[in-house]
Design a protein around this ligand. Structure first.
Ligand code: CP
Ligand code: NVA
Length: 304
């Protein structure tokens, strides 16, 4: 079967640890500006149905610097599922390219793309999950605290695509994950149950923000209204207000904790400026590490 990367738990624990090691290795190579071009002559199609900064820039830059060429196909180019069926897009694009990365709305579409593609497919975010982000996040945690397991992370905010990929991670490496969210914005509880049934990690759904972050090594947040939900932003702001990561909430960990955010952040909404710019904020290292972690994922899928 073709290797794709659509969910964090598509990797086994040992594959994920290999990816983390490779991320470090390739990060060092990039820092040295070493001549490393294993992807010479190869192309990656990047299909975007939603906007992006980090995902586009990190994939395009990373692929280019490893010797290949990445094609940006924006929302008005392919019209995936509209101008042409997802299956036919997969059949056509995979005849031209060695690998596909796609950022789509409907998670079923990325599954369908992978099913009909003759080359590996990487999920660059759907409404359901964002696996590349969480691999980069884990690499960042590893660099920061020296462990890729046995840490406590409190994800504060909407039970969204980022939350789901943290839950996927909790199925392959043992962590303590607190999802701290309003009652009506919980993550997919069938996924939570599946992760709990694995019995590897402790996963708690907590509604009290201060109780939720207590003793956490990491406090993580994301926008309250994701792409595709922006018309709900005003209503969500009222509901999520107690979940803003500000000094009071960040200090409620009772520890020298780190702050993470997948970005883009709405400063002054889900997080205050002083926490984004806090000495223990690792948000920009997290952003940079998207490229190194994804390079490792691409090399793994292309067997390089
Ligand atoms: N974190 C992330 O995926 O950022 P972009 O939406 O800018 O790609
Ligand atoms: N939850 C956010 C993540 C952006 C990287 C969104 O889907 O818009």
């Amino acid at each position: 079967m073709l290797d794709n990367f659509l969910h964090v738990d598509d990797f086994t624990d040992s594959q994920l640890i290999e990816i983390l090691d490779k991320s470090k290795w390739i990060k060092d190579k990039f820092k040295q500006r070493a001549d490393y071009t294993p992807l010479k002559g190869m192309t990656m199609a990047m299909i975007f149905a939603k906007p992006s900064a980090r995902t586009r820039i990190s994939f395009e830059t990373g692929f280019f610097r490893m010797g290949g060429h990445a094609l940006f196909l924006g929302p008005n180019d392919i019209g995936i599922g509209k101008r042409e069926s997802v299956a036919d897009v997969a059949r056509v694009v995979s005849r031209f390219n060695d690998i596909i990365m796609a950022r789509l709305f409907d998670h079923k579409h990325v599954l369908e793309l992978a099913e009909h593609s003759s080359v590996p497919v990487i999920n660059g975010l759907t409404d359901f999950n964002h696996p590349c982000q969480i691999v980069a996040d884990l690499f960042t945690v590893y660099e920061t605290i020296g462990r890729y397991k046995d840490f406590t992370i409190s994800y504060v905010g909407d039970g969204n695509n980022i939350t789901h990929s943290w839950i996927e991670l909790a199925m392959i490496l043992p962590i303590k994950l607190n999802v701290v969210c309003p009652e009506s914005y919980k993550p997919d509880m069938s996924l939570v149950q599946k992760a709990k049934d694995k019995g590897l990690s402790e996963i708690n759904i907590i509604h009290d923000p201060h109780e939720g972050v207590r003793d956490s090594d990491i406090v993580y947040t994301d926008v309250w209204a994701s792409m595709g939900q922006k018309e709900e932003a005003d209503e969500r702001r009222k509901i999520f207000n107690p979940y803003q990561v500000n000094s009071a909430l960040f200090n409620a960990t009772g520890k020298d904790s780190y702050f993470m955010h997948c970005l883009p952040a709405e400063r002054g909404v889900e997080v205050t400026d002083n926490i984004c710019d806090h000495k223990n904020s690792i948000i920009f290292r997290q952003a940079e590490n998207r490229m190194h972690a994804q390079n490792a994922i691409v090399l793994h899928l292309l067997k390089k």
